[in-house]
Design a protein around this ligand. Structure first.
Ligand SMILES: C[S@@+](CC[C@H](N)C(=O)[O-])C[C@H]1O[C@@H](n2cnc3c(N)ncnc32)[C@H](O)[C@@H]1O
Length: 278
């Protein structure tokens, strides 16, 4: 199947998820509108650990911004934000959320790989992405070149993302065993599957077919290095924002962890900070 057919199936699937996510407790869109201090759980995770650092007054590009709650959370920290996503309904939702919450942001429809053509001659202080983002992208080296191209000299790249080892683990209950069901490396190609529901909210998806692409941690790090970035840190986290496996237990603040005694067995998320040399 040609790559653009995978992308097109994924876009149809994401378009269907937008109205469901807009009405979900997890995305808490109304809370974001009603409470000007409200910050998404994903951005709060970074703030609590001072991962990205101070964004005030900086231009920030969010690749794969979905319905904009993370993007606009960075705007509430003082960043001048631009969000890119290939789903038209998602970008429409971002614009609505920006207007209704009086939180400024620029939002554009574009495939990640085509975004340099849609935002020509633009560079940013920060390029940000993550949490269920790069698993939709077939080629991590090409993605890293897009990231590097969008950064100003001296600019910062930051990603918080599901750990590729966590993605490789079976999402079914195997008692106290951790079972691998999915490939770890990118070379294994896309994993196609069908789901009528989504991870947030209640509702049925019409376009059920979707394709994920795995990227090993080394593949992602080396792609960033080869694109000219300097790695500042790679953190592996023992918590994640969703129950990726039935054995996982709540860890507070909307996070999940492996059960007692198994916390050190599996990395659940990773974050990478890098910069473009001056
Ligand atoms: C899980 S969201 C990630 C954003 C954020 N972490 C969140 O949870 O809302 C994944 C987003 O990637 C977008 N996406 C998937 N493939 C894409 C592509 N090739 N180009 C641009 N956006 C893409 C989808 O439309 C979706 O909004």
């Amino acid at each position: 199947m040609p790559l653009d057919e995978y992308q097109s199936a994924n876009r149809d699937n994401w378009n269907d998820r937008v109205p469901i996510h807009l009405n979900s407790d997890e995305y808490a869109v109304q809370k974001f509108i009603d409470d000007p201090k409200h910050i998404s759980e994903v951005v709060q995770f970074d703030l609590d650990r001072n991962e990205l650092g101070d964004v005030a007054g900086k231009s920030l590009l969010h690749l794969q911004c979905h319905i904009g709650h993370d993007t606009l959370s960075w705007a509430r920290q003082g960043a001048e934000v631009t969000g890119v996503d290939f789903s038209e309904p998602a970008i429409e939702a971002c614009k609505n959320l920006s207007a209704k919450s009086s939180t400024p942001g620029e939002f554009v429809v574009a495939d990640v790989y085509d975004s340099p053509n849609v935002l020509p001659d633009r560079q940013f202080d920060i390029v940000y992405t993550g949490v269920g983002a790069i698993c939709w992208l077939p080629d991590i080296k090409r993605w890293a070149k897009v990231v590097a191209g969008f950064l100003k000299p001296g600019g910062t790249f930051y990603i918080l993302e599901g750990h590729p080892m966590m993605w490789a683990v079976s999402d079914e209950d195997h008692g106290d065993k951790i079972v691998l069901d999915w490939p770890y490396f990118e070379s294994a190609g896309p994993q196609g599957y069908e789901e009528t529901t989504t991870y947030a909210g209640a509702g049925t998806i019409e376009h059920t077919k979707q394709y994920n692409f795995t990227h090993g941690l080394g593949e992602t790090i080396n792609a960033l290095i080869q694109a000219g970035l300097v790695i500042d840190f790679v953190h592996e986290h023992k918590v994640v924002h969703w129950q990726a496996n039935p054995t996982m237990v709540p860890a507070g603040n909307g996070l999940w962890k492996m059960p007692d005694g198994k916390e050190d067995f599996l990395p659940l998320m990773h974050s990478i900070k890098a910069h473009k040399p001056e």
